[in-house]
Ligand binder design. Sequence first.
Ligand code: PMP
Ligand code: GLN
Length: 444
Amino acid sequence: MGIIRNLVTNLTVIRRTSNQHIKIMSRRLHASRTDGVEKNVWVEFTQLAADYKAVNLGQGFPDFSPPKFVQEAFCNALNGGPLMHQYTRAFGHPPLVKSLAKFFSSIVGHEIDPFEDILVTVGAYQALFSAFQAVIEEGDEVIIVEPFFDCYQPMVKMAGGKAVYVPLRPKAEGGAVLSSGDWVLSPEELASKFTPRTKAIVINTPNNPLGKVYKTEELQMIADLCIKHDVLCISDEVYEWLTYDGAKHVKIASLPGMWERTITVGSAGKTFSATGWKVGWAISSAQIIKHMKIIHQNSIYHCATAAQEAVARGFEREYELFGSPESYFQQLPAMLQHKRKRLASCLESVGLRPVMPEGGYFMIADISSVKVDYKDQSSEGEPNDFRFVKWLTKEKGLATIPVSAFYSPEHSKEFDKYIRFCFVKEDSTLDAAEDILKKWSQGQ
Ligand code: PMP
Ligand code: GLN
């Protein structure tokens, strides 16, 4: 009772008004690590799409089912006896870490130890979070290549680090369709970002939202800087199987001297079109994984057993079929290749200028030549692309994502003329989007 009384006297309850939070403690309630990172583009725009029942080319998830073989594997796991419903090994279900090690060893050119060099996580998100928590010290600098998957910045901040940004820039403007390959890093600009405080660089290939697939020479340039400055590389490769028109995904961990200093992040959600399963992984040297395991064992501890079992079966199948037309890693990009072309021509027909992605499942498009008044009062003060996306969702019923959300505040203004479309969607969804865009271009 005494404890409760004390607690009650320490609480100051103030009535909630529409724009005022309830004050529940006489001292500050929250930790400062949550300051400045309150906004989240997925939370905001996924809700907006739902509110307006819009055709959703916004959030990146397939609106079709995962392939039959992994669905069946999941069902078999669920029916596979009591242990499939209980905890498994904390750092990864043994069948899954073994199949990941077998699958990726030859690709990365290093004999991956399933129990030492891999951590299975709750999606790529948790692999990234554990990586930053495990290696970033208060005051460390982390170089982030822009555009970047938005969670890198808050994760660096929450680990006590300082994000330092370097943008990919379009080499040549003009022409009907620019390719994501035309967006490049300036080697001099990148080199200038490395300081004695730099602990890590984060890259994402194929890139979300741009679709850039880094060429070996580009990765080598980054690798040389990492080695020269003794810096780690966190390489987010969740879209590794999705490349188009002959672009080839290369793992930076496979370059000489990089295995030891790279944390490669992957996602079963993207690999097997099952984003809701939330199975991901980090692969790195045992010395790094050891510290990520400490974060994991004291936060998440463990990921869903049946989902891990199903992903293990998926990788075993893909190992057997690797490189053959039956492989899902061939079939998914082949299917998306067509959707990507179709979306690009549809966007062009309404005056949006798409940047053709070499990989991933997103396409960005330049909105600057669109002649429409999208700047209504409700979005006043927001960046142009946020205003455009809101207008398109509310007025035309088509949901997309503003690209400046993938930039730091210092560079976002330069890139707020782009919006992102997701094309990993059923043909019927793309038909509906095309219909909206056509009607719009005809002034309806
Ligand atoms: N990295 C990138 C580049 C992403 O686009 C996403 C979103 N899928 C993630 C990481 C997070 O992946 P997951 O859903 O497996 O947590
Ligand atoms: N990765 C997905 C995207 O880029 C969505 C991530 C999320 O919804 N948090 O669209």
